[in-house]
Design a protein around this ligand. Structure first.
Ligand code: ZN
Ligand code: ZN
Length: 182
């Protein structure tokens, strides 16, 4: 079966990078992901700066290799509060593909699953630009709103839907979870 880029329905925890040929572990196999990323021409190697995420004032930036196929919407209360929006959307990348510019301030909190979640925000204007979990420290979640590109891929996974605002619907093939992904 040929699957589109995104989370595999048959192999939970795996990403399919298009054509069904390249399947790598979504979180943890960062070298593999970096290779596939480049072969699949989903983006260019680090430093090329095809895309950029930034805070409101522009002091904190992240250069991205291109769009990510790993976009996750989170409806948990903490993401609602950190983003000031009904849900947070993060696009995940292997850390080595990103270049951070500027000095962010860090805030770390415990998650309901007993992990640590760290957000990095601009000390001047307060925008969250990226985040990571201690569980998967090699993957960085870049705030999709900070990329400000209306063509950016939609979420492929939606988590903590038990606290999702009643009017929210996500289009297309999305994996739905009442809580965090196990
Ligand atoms: Zn700023
Ligand atoms: Zn959340």
């Amino acid at each position: 079966m040929i699957e589109e880029p995104g989370f595999s329905r048959e192999r939970p925890g795996f990403f399919v990078f298009g054509g069904g040929r390249s399947v790598v572990r979504a979180l943890g196999g960062k070298q593999a992901i970096a290779r596939v990323w480049q072969t699949a021409r989903l983006g260019t190697p680090r430093g090329a700066g095809l895309m950029r995420a930034q805070c409101q004032c522009g002091r904190l930036t992240v250069e991205l290799p291109g769009p990510s196929p790993a976009v996750v919407a989170c409806h948990c209360i903490a993401c609602q509060r950190r983003s000031g929006s009904p849900f947070g959307v993060l696009a995940y990348y292997p850390e080595e593909l990103l270049t951070v510019g500027g000095e962010g301030k860090r805030f770390e909190r415990a998650t309901d699953e007993g992990n640590r979640f760290e957000t990095v925000f601009c000390p001047e204007c307060g925008s969250t630009v990226y985040a990571r979990t201690v569980k998967h420290p090699s993957m960085i979640g870049v705030a999709v709103g900070a990329i400000a590109d209306r063509a950016f891929p939609a979420p492929v996974r939606s988590v903590w839907e038990e606290s999702m605002h009643h009017w929210v619907t996500l289009p297309g093939e999305v994996q739905h979870f009442a809580k965090g992904r196990v």
